[in-house]
Design a protein around this ligand. Structure first.
Ligand code: E4P
Length: 214
């Protein structure tokens, strides 16, 4: 399973890249706004730190605006991916970009039908939001299982980015369900390698070792 970092914070990305855990990065307008920096500058900087795909989202809601933005963003770096919303205009733009060999990530996917439409339009990636589905009392992970079945049934080249990941269970279940990628907030990452029994074990080994030295 690939890990993307769900952040636009350059320092956070630099720190985690050193652990060899980062296969790509996803941003969205909220994450970019949080940094209070120029959109293009941030995306270009991230693209130099990470060699994998880096998603940058369009703001326009009309296909022509999305395509205009996408054509510009696509020139920013060779590894940039155009993130587009799951709307009719977004599908049109996704299809047009895929015809031109430009990679896309269709975001805000909340149903199997939406994922299927995006895959058929030629999306490189689809981003189903598990956390936001859980928030409204549904099982977000069920969508990942179903979408994985659809992708496999029809051999779509589209990869599933499990998005809106909020906890360690989401990452574990996404891997079990066969999500190709999980996009993970930097703050959540340590919980993936930490375990209280590991800490207790280290403490015990060291104290036993130190007793022998005494
Ligand atoms: C990533 O592509 C999504 O924009 C992100 O995972 C959304 O996460 P949130 O639901 O926690 O805002």
């Amino acid at each position: 399973m690939k890990f993307f970092l769900d952040t636009a914070n350059v320092e956070e990305i630099k720190r985690i890249v050193k652990l060899g855990l980062v296969d790509g990065v996803t941003t969205n307008p909220s994450l970019i706004a949080k940094e209070g920096r120029d959109f293009k500058q941030v995306v270009q900087e991230i693209c130099t730190i990470v060699s994998g795909p880096v998603s940058a989202e369009v703001i326009g809601t009309k296909a022509e605006d999305m395509l205009r933005e996408a054509e510009d963003i696509a020139t920013w770096a060779p590894n940039v991916v155009i993130k587009l919303p799951m709307t009719e205009d977004g599908l049109y733009a996704t299809h047009a970009l895929s015809q031109r060999g430009i990679k896309t990530n269709v975001t805000l996917i909340f149903s199997v039908a939406q994922g299927l439409m995006a895959a058929k339009a030629g999306a490189t990636f689809i981003s189903p939001f598990v956390g936001r589905l859980d928030d409204i009392g549904t099982d977000g992970m069920e969508l990942i299982r179903e979408l994985r079945t659809v992708i496999t049934n029809y051999n779509f080249p589209t990869e599933i980015i499990v998005a809106s990941v909020r906890n360690i269970g989401h990452v574990e279940q996404a891997a079990i369900a066969g999500g190709h990628i999980a996009t993970i907030p930097g703050s959540l990452l340590p919980s993936l390698w930490k375990h209280p029994l590991t800490d207790i074990g280290i403490e015990k080994f060291l104290s036993d070792w130190n007793k022998m030295q005494a």
